[in-house]
Design a protein around this ligand. Structure first.
Ligand SMILES: Cc1ncc(C[n+]2csc(CCOP(=O)(O)OP(=O)(O)O)c2C)c(N)n1
Length: 321
């Protein structure tokens, strides 16, 4: 049995991710924030289960759907919120938005608007970890859609031949933007591709945080010992649209509803496990939710009260060819 404090930390992280994004939904509807926002609602067990095993000096690469990865690795909701409000106190001084949030001090190499952009960064980070003789690992979150990008193949191949300490965590939510997995690749599981690289490939129920953690634990310790990469597919479901405002013509409301049931939704499911096993009470969970909501209300206040970037900042920290 995992330590009670670890279990409680995990449920709090999952709830923080969910409540943060539910707040973003409302803020977008009220036009208080703008720009594309891709929500992770329904996939929280993946980032939380994997990152629960990481040390502060391990690193992650993320995707366009990155809020969950960032929060699970210790990103501050206050600085994330300010960035989403395009304020100068945000992670990128208000000039990056949702898809560029990074915090190098805690090993977050960044969300990424370029689909398939994360894996080459992950391979590079893992090469640096290996070169410096550390036992650190890199976690590379990527989606089923991105798995068809050439960059992903190149990164996995290099990671394999050089035995780099990286775990490729494939978040298979069954759909790439508006295209179902069966229409964009002829495999059932992202783990099948591991055979092509001669590395281990594992597939788990990504909505079961304990299954994610157990499989990730094995893949991470394999990488820490210098044995190279693993592809870990986590099968999951995105409960919201591709982005906030997606009319979702490619699926039915009933399909989505089925994934919100207690035996499917990763948070309800884990909370039920905690209650059934007397790890905590409903009162404890309610208290956690209250604390998270207070933290997020303070984050919104901080963002709203922060100044916008000054016009003189327009061309600083911006790179272009
Ligand atoms: C190089 C590149 N091509 C296309 C896009 C447009 N795009 C944004 S998200 C997305 C689908 C990504 O699917 P997946 O990797 O499964 O992630 P999910 O959205 O399901 O989390 C696409 C094609 C992009 N941002 N970058």
């Amino acid at each position: 049995m995992i330590d009670k404090d670890v279990l409680m930390d995990m449920v709090v992280v999952m709830m923080r991710i969910r409540r943060f994004e539910e707040k973003l939904l409302r803020l977008t509807a009220e036009a208080r924030i703008s720009g594309f926002v891709h929500l992770y609602i329904g996939e929280e067990a993946v980032a939380t289960g994997v990152c629960s095993l990481l040390r502060a000096d391990d690193v992650i690469t993320s995707t366009h759907r990155g809020h969950g990865h960032l929060i699970a690795k210790g990103g501050q909701t206050k600085l994330m919120m300010a960035e989403l409000f395009a304020k100068s106190t945000g992670y990128c001084k208000g000039k990056g938005g949702s898809m560029h949030i990074a915090d190098l001090d805690i090993g977050i190499l960044g969300a990424n608007g370029i689909v398939g952009g994360g894996p080459p960064l992950a391979a590079g980070a893992a090469l640096a970890q290996q070169y410096q003789g550390t036992d650190n690992v890199t976690i590379c979150f990527y989606g089923d859609g991105s798995s068809n990008q050439g960059t992903v193949h190149e990164a996995m191949n290099l990671a394999s031949i050089w035995s780099l300490p990286v775990v490729f965590v494939g978040e298979n939510n069954g759909v790439a933007e508006f295209t179902h997995q069966s229409d964009h690749q002829n495999i059932q599981s992202l783990a099948e591709r591991a055979t092509a690289y001669g590395i281990p490939g594992v597939s788990v129920d990504g909505n079961d945080i304990l299954a994610v953690r157990e499989a990730a634990s094995e893949a991470i310790s394999h990488a820490r010992k210098g044995n190279g990469p693993t592809i870990l597919e986590c099968r999951t479901f995105r409960i919201g649209g591709h982005f906030v405002g997606d009319p979702e013509p490619y699926r039915s409301a009933d399909d989505v509803k089925a994934w919100q049931a207690v035996d499917k939704d990763p948070i309800l499911r884990f909370q039920k496990y905690l209650l059934d096993n007397q790890v905590c009470t409903q009162h404890d969970l309610d208290a956690c939710r209250t604390r998270i909501d207070e933290e997020l209300a303070a984050a919104v206040r901080f963002a709203e009260e922060s100044p916008e970037p000054d016009v003189s900042e327009l061309l600083t920290d911006v790179y272009a060819n």
